[in-house]
Unconditional design. Structure first.
Length: 164
Protein backbone atom coordinates (compact mmCIF):
# COMPACT_ATOMS: atom_id res chain seq x y z
CA UNK A 1 0.00 0.00 0.00
CA UNK A 2 1.71 3.18 -1.18
CA UNK A 3 0.23 6.27 0.40
CA UNK A 4 1.35 9.81 -0.36
CA UNK A 5 0.49 13.16 1.15
CA UNK A 6 0.04 16.03 -1.31
CA UNK A 7 0.21 19.09 0.99
CA UNK A 8 -0.49 22.70 0.15
CA UNK A 9 -2.69 25.72 0.62
CA UNK A 10 -4.94 24.98 -2.39
CA UNK A 11 -6.40 28.50 -2.17
CA UNK A 12 -7.83 27.77 -4.69
CA UNK A 13 -7.07 24.40 -6.29
CA UNK A 14 -5.82 24.94 -9.86
CA UNK A 15 -5.65 22.73 -12.95
CA UNK A 16 -1.93 22.41 -12.18
CA UNK A 17 -2.71 20.80 -8.80
CA UNK A 18 -5.17 18.41 -10.44
CA UNK A 19 -2.57 17.47 -13.05
CA UNK A 20 -0.11 16.59 -10.26
CA UNK A 21 -2.76 14.52 -8.45
CA UNK A 22 -3.47 12.56 -11.65
CA UNK A 23 0.23 11.95 -12.23
CA UNK A 24 0.68 10.95 -8.59
CA UNK A 25 -2.15 8.45 -9.01
CA UNK A 26 0.06 6.49 -11.38
CA UNK A 27 2.61 6.02 -8.59
CA UNK A 28 0.53 5.69 -5.42
CA UNK A 29 -2.44 3.65 -4.24
CA UNK A 30 -3.71 6.51 -2.13
CA UNK A 31 -3.12 10.26 -2.17
CA UNK A 32 -4.20 12.42 0.74
CA UNK A 33 -4.62 15.99 -0.44
CA UNK A 34 -3.81 17.82 2.80
CA UNK A 35 -4.71 21.47 3.25
CA UNK A 36 -2.50 23.38 5.67
CA UNK A 37 -4.44 25.19 8.38
CA UNK A 38 -2.49 28.43 8.63
CA UNK A 39 -4.15 31.08 10.81
CA UNK A 40 -1.34 33.55 9.97
CA UNK A 41 -2.21 33.70 6.28
CA UNK A 42 -5.29 35.53 5.04
CA UNK A 43 -7.00 33.19 2.63
CA UNK A 44 -9.58 33.71 -0.11
CA UNK A 45 -11.45 30.52 0.81
CA UNK A 46 -11.74 29.11 4.34
CA UNK A 47 -10.25 25.66 4.97
CA UNK A 48 -13.72 24.09 5.00
CA UNK A 49 -14.62 25.77 1.69
CA UNK A 50 -11.35 24.55 0.16
CA UNK A 51 -12.05 21.03 1.39
CA UNK A 52 -15.53 21.08 -0.10
CA UNK A 53 -14.29 22.50 -3.44
CA UNK A 54 -11.47 19.97 -3.68
CA UNK A 55 -13.81 17.07 -2.94
CA UNK A 56 -16.19 18.32 -5.65
CA UNK A 57 -13.55 18.80 -8.36
CA UNK A 58 -11.91 15.47 -7.57
CA UNK A 59 -15.21 13.73 -8.38
CA UNK A 60 -14.82 15.00 -11.94
CA UNK A 61 -11.29 13.79 -12.72
CA UNK A 62 -9.99 10.39 -13.78
CA UNK A 63 -8.12 8.79 -10.86
CA UNK A 64 -7.75 5.21 -12.09
CA UNK A 65 -7.58 2.77 -9.20
CA UNK A 66 -5.98 5.27 -6.85
CA UNK A 67 -7.98 6.57 -3.91
CA UNK A 68 -7.83 10.33 -3.45
CA UNK A 69 -8.98 11.81 -0.15
CA UNK A 70 -9.09 15.37 1.14
CA UNK A 71 -8.02 16.37 4.62
CA UNK A 72 -6.50 19.29 6.53
CA UNK A 73 -3.62 19.45 8.97
CA UNK A 74 -1.92 21.76 11.47
CA UNK A 75 1.67 21.75 12.65
CA UNK A 76 4.52 19.76 11.19
CA UNK A 77 3.84 18.12 7.86
CA UNK A 78 6.09 15.11 8.58
CA UNK A 79 4.31 14.49 11.87
CA UNK A 80 0.98 14.48 10.07
CA UNK A 81 2.41 12.23 7.32
CA UNK A 82 3.74 9.76 9.89
CA UNK A 83 0.38 9.73 11.71
CA UNK A 84 -1.33 8.90 8.42
CA UNK A 85 1.29 6.21 7.72
CA UNK A 86 2.30 7.80 4.43
CA UNK A 87 5.46 6.73 2.58
CA UNK A 88 5.90 9.92 0.64
CA UNK A 89 5.19 13.62 0.25
CA UNK A 90 4.36 14.79 -3.27
CA UNK A 91 5.23 18.33 -4.40
CA UNK A 92 4.85 19.86 -7.84
CA UNK A 93 7.80 21.69 -9.37
CA UNK A 94 6.97 24.07 -12.19
CA UNK A 95 10.27 25.79 -12.78
CA UNK A 96 13.79 26.09 -11.40
CA UNK A 97 12.56 28.99 -9.26
CA UNK A 98 10.38 26.54 -7.31
CA UNK A 99 13.26 24.15 -6.80
CA UNK A 100 15.33 26.03 -4.23
CA UNK A 101 12.49 26.43 -1.72
CA UNK A 102 11.20 22.92 -2.37
CA UNK A 103 14.67 21.42 -1.91
CA UNK A 104 15.07 23.20 1.43
CA UNK A 105 11.69 21.92 2.63
CA UNK A 106 12.37 18.39 1.38
CA UNK A 107 15.75 18.23 3.13
CA UNK A 108 14.34 19.67 6.36
CA UNK A 109 11.48 17.18 6.23
CA UNK A 110 13.97 14.36 5.62
CA UNK A 111 16.00 15.46 8.63
CA UNK A 112 12.87 15.54 10.78
CA UNK A 113 11.53 12.22 9.50
CA UNK A 114 14.00 10.14 7.44
CA UNK A 115 11.47 7.42 6.65
CA UNK A 116 9.36 9.70 4.44
CA UNK A 117 10.54 10.48 0.91
CA UNK A 118 9.65 13.65 -0.98
CA UNK A 119 8.71 13.05 -4.61
CA UNK A 120 8.88 16.03 -6.98
CA UNK A 121 6.59 15.88 -9.98
CA UNK A 122 6.37 18.16 -13.02
CA UNK A 123 2.95 19.29 -14.20
CA UNK A 124 2.14 19.54 -17.91
CA UNK A 125 3.94 22.51 -19.56
CA UNK A 126 0.52 24.14 -20.07
CA UNK A 127 0.37 24.68 -16.32
CA UNK A 128 4.00 25.66 -15.76
CA UNK A 129 3.04 29.28 -14.99
CA UNK A 130 -0.19 28.59 -13.08
CA UNK A 131 -0.23 29.33 -9.36
CA UNK A 132 -3.03 29.95 -6.86
CA UNK A 133 -1.51 33.36 -6.15
CA UNK A 134 -1.67 34.48 -9.79
CA UNK A 135 -5.12 32.95 -10.24
CA UNK A 136 -6.41 35.13 -7.36
CA UNK A 137 -4.68 38.21 -8.77
CA UNK A 138 -6.10 37.70 -12.27
CA UNK A 139 -9.55 37.04 -10.80
CA UNK A 140 -9.47 40.12 -8.56
CA UNK A 141 -8.49 42.28 -11.53
CA UNK A 142 -11.33 40.92 -13.66
CA UNK A 143 -9.39 38.52 -15.91
CA UNK A 144 -10.71 35.22 -17.27
CA UNK A 145 -9.73 31.99 -15.50
CA UNK A 146 -10.66 29.61 -18.35
CA UNK A 147 -8.22 26.71 -18.49
CA UNK A 148 -6.45 27.74 -15.27
CA UNK A 149 -8.94 26.38 -12.74
CA UNK A 150 -11.88 23.96 -13.04
CA UNK A 151 -15.17 25.74 -13.95
CA UNK A 152 -16.50 24.90 -10.46
CA UNK A 153 -13.68 26.88 -8.84
CA UNK A 154 -14.34 29.86 -11.14
CA UNK A 155 -18.04 29.72 -10.20
CA UNK A 156 -17.29 29.46 -6.46
CA UNK A 157 -14.91 32.45 -6.63
CA UNK A 158 -17.56 34.57 -8.40
CA UNK A 159 -20.19 33.46 -5.89
CA UNK A 160 -17.89 34.32 -2.97
CA UNK A 161 -17.26 37.91 -4.08
CA UNK A 162 -20.96 38.41 -4.85
CA UNK A 163 -21.89 37.34 -1.31
CA UNK A 164 -19.07 39.46 0.12
O1 LIG B 1 0.89 25.41 -1.24
P1 LIG B 1 2.05 25.84 -0.40
O2 LIG B 1 1.64 27.07 0.39
O3 LIG B 1 3.29 26.04 -1.19
O4 LIG B 1 2.37 24.67 0.66
C1 LIG B 1 3.36 24.80 1.63
C2 LIG B 1 3.33 23.64 2.64
C3 LIG B 1 1.95 23.43 3.21
C4 LIG B 1 3.76 22.35 1.95
C5 LIG B 1 4.36 23.99 3.78
O5 LIG B 1 4.12 25.28 4.23
C6 LIG B 1 4.30 23.02 4.96
O6 LIG B 1 4.64 21.87 4.85
N1 LIG B 1 3.86 23.53 6.13
C7 LIG B 1 3.70 22.75 7.33
C8 LIG B 1 4.67 23.19 8.43
C9 LIG B 1 5.96 22.41 8.38
O7 LIG B 1 5.99 21.19 8.41
N2 LIG B 1 7.08 23.15 8.28
C10 LIG B 1 8.41 22.59 8.15
C11 LIG B 1 8.62 22.14 6.71
S1 LIG B 1 10.19 22.43 6.17
Amino acid sequence: MRRAIYPGSFDPVTNGHLDIIQRGCKLFDEIIVAILINPEKTAFFSVSERKEILADVLKEIEQGRCKVVVDSFEGLLVQYAAERQANAIVRGIRAISDYEYELQMALMNRRLEPSIETVFMMPAETYSYVSSRLVKEVFQLGGELDGLVPPLVDARMKEKVKKG
